[in-house]
Write a protein that binds this ligand. Sequence first.
Ligand code: ADP
Length: 231
Amino acid sequence: MQSDFVQNVSHELKTPVTAITGFAETLLAGAKDDPEALDKFLHIIQTESQRLTQLIQDTLALSRVGSSNDHIEKVPVAPLVQNALNSIQQPLKDRKLHVNVELDADLSLDTNRRKLSQIVRNLVNNAVFYNKEGGTVSIVGVRTNGGIRLQVSDTGVGIADDEQQRVFERFYRVDKARSRNSGGTGLGLAIVSELVADLGGSIHLASQLGVGSTFTVALPNAVASEHNQDN
Ligand code: ADP
């Protein structure tokens, strides 16, 4: 499984690297003297570099999922949600999306901050990315018996029934051309589901094509004595 993963990552890395090399060579061979080509190819190089960065970040995130001596602390949920939203202010504006956040007062979880933050960010990013113009992103968090339940919903493109299990697989993209153009790596939900499992929680997806999707994550409070011994 590990060597499959390395092969897949290498394959995915090759595409942007080939594009960056190719367009840089074309520019050096003379295209740089044509202002229109210069601008166009530099933009492609920029997009492909960003994609490369995202792939590397996602690969690192996956490799860190199982790190056992992660620090556990009381993590307030509201600031994590706010950070996730702040980092996508521009796409939210560009797509004229409405945001609805409903969190129980002082909602918090005893957990690893970085992991919870990554779960929230990936789900919120997807809810923005796969939304329709003028749609709504909704984030609802409630306290449960021993943990929290977080729901991230969108009014976007939705996911067909037969794809709903597969979207959690590493590198799986529903519409490869479309997700690729929008910068997707196919790793976001794999990271989410592996992190959720690592934190002892569960994830559920309800979605309807053309209507929208709701991802529900249930997470338990970590037992400090099990995790905190190295910190
Ligand atoms: P990507 O980097 O392609 O977004 P993900 O692992 O986050 O990778 O998602 C896998 C696929 O699941 C995406 O390519 C997309 O087709 C689909 N998907 C994820 N989230 C949503 C959503 N909120 N609405 C519709 N489709 C989604």
